[in-house]
Ligand binder design. Structure first.
Ligand code: ADP
Ligand code: MG
Length: 394
């Protein structure tokens, strides 16, 4: 099959919509042609709440990315989905490969994978079915059994389900912009493409993408996604808490959070003061920076505890050897690695998007891991239809 030449990603976040258009160069490398980042409207914790507003933001973002290219840009889009309507489970299925059929074929595996699709309720849809590993005649840990001889082939797969209405709305906002959806990708899986190394995935690792309204988690074990979850808390919760504490509006608080905020108040000098600008008759006044940072610390600590809870719910008693990788805009919060180390110990790092050389400086931030990752996902999974559900292995 001929390889696609153009790739478009539209990452619809609670905070911003990022469209990136890229082209495969002569050496097979991706080159970004245009980028459009627009502040989100109509999103609520990863979910589309006001479709007209989201359509408009997506339109503005895609137009911005397209501005540098002119017409004739490809219509197939890789887009991200998140929200607590998503759920995940691991399934197992077995298929018989009689002796007269011969070695295990790709077709047989396809049939096996299809068989492992769970029954879903009327309001749910299968978003991903990703093989974790195969067992052939009782031998486990096989990554790709094609060509092997064997009679009983078993697959374990990671399945992600989403609410039909939410997924349809995502498709609708893309289609209303004269584009089609090539694939919808779980936000955390997109981020993982741009942030996790092969070694981390093999050792086992927890990735948490802290966005505006959600924290998106995926756990990899033995190279494959094994657990995923969405926590309805993100960076905007920190801003909201600070806004309540300071009695300042959200836009002003967001600026103060980024300028003075830290989730490790104990690392700030006790006598450091900041000046809170005047607002609605409240005169400008000075405040201890440590005190300003306390609500940020408290909320982030709670978020870390929620991440730990998800890791436990996954069935793991402790973090895997690869530790915790944090990305998303919220991972830029000052003091975050210190707080995680103090709370959990172990390995922790803040991840920036990688995997595309010559990535424009504007995109070299944790907030763009999912947008960049969607392009990398596209390259890896191109040619798959929505019904083949990412059966391809890396
Ligand atoms: N330098 C920074 N310090 C602290 N928080 C930041 C910083 N940059 C971005 N954020 C926070 O990251 C969140 C947005 O993350 P992002 O990944 O862009 O969200 P989304 O996926 O919802 O679009 C916001 O809450 C914002 O305040
Ligand atoms: Mg995001």
């Amino acid at each position: 099959m001929a390889r696609d030449t153009f790739y478009t990603s539209v990452d619809i976040g609670t905070d911003k919509v990022t469209s990136i258009m890229a082209r495969v160069g002569t050496e097979g490398e991706l080159k970004v042609l245009g980028t459009g980042v627009v502040t989100s409207q109509g999103m609520q914790k990863g979910r589309i709440e006001n479709i007209d507003e989201v359509q408009e933001t997506v339109r503005a973002s895609m137009e911005e990315a397209q501005r540098y290219i002119g017409n004739g840009v490809p219509s197939g889009v890789y887009t991200s989905v998140t929200g607590v309507h998503l759920s995940s489970l691991n399934t197992k299925d077995v298929v018989d490969n009689p002796d007269d059929v011969g070695d295990i074929s790709a077709k047989l595996l396809d049939r096996l994978l299809r068989g492992s699709f769970p029954d879903v309720g009327p309001n749910q849809e299968v978003l991903h079915v990703i093989p974790i590993g195969y067992h052939v005649d009782g031998m486990s840990g096989i990554r790709n059994p094609v060509g092997l001889h064997g009679n009983l082939v078993e697959v374990e797969a990671h399945v992600v389900l989403g609410e039909s209405v939410a997924l349809k709305n995502t498709a609708k906002v893309i289609e209303s912009n004269k584009a089609t959806v090539k694939q919808m990708v779980l936000h955390s899986l997109a981020s993982a493409e741009a942030t996790l190394s092969g070694d981390e995935k093999e050792m086992g690792v927890v990735l948490a993408d802290i966005g505006g309204g959600t924290t998106d988690i995926v756990i990899y074990r033995q190279g494959q996604p094994w657990y995923s979850a969405v926590i309805p808390v993100g960076g905007s919760q920190l801003t909201r808490d600070l806004s309540v504490a300071l009695k300042t509006p959200m836009y002003m608080t967001e600026e103060m959070k980024i300028k003075w905020g830290s989730v490790m108040p104990e690392m700030i000098a006790a006598d450091e003061e900041v000046v809170i600008p005047s607002f609605q008759g409240q005169p400008k006044h000075s405040l201890s920076r440590r005190i300003l940072c306390e609500p940020l610390h408290d909320r982030m600590l709670e978020l870390i505890k929620l991440i730990v809870l998800k890791v436990r719910q996954s069935g793991l008693r402790e973090f895997p050897t690869g530790g915790l990788v944090l990305t998303g805009g919220g991972a830029e919060m000052t003091g975050l690695t210190d707080l995680v180390q103090k709370t959990l110990g172990g390995t922790v790092r803040i991840a920036y998007p990688e995997g595309i050389s010559g990535l424009p400086a504007q995109l070299r931030k944790p907030a763009f891991s999912a947008g960049v990752g969607l392009l990398l996902w596209g390259i890896k999974h191109q040619g798959e239809t929505r019904s083949s559900m990412n059966g391809g292995r890396s």
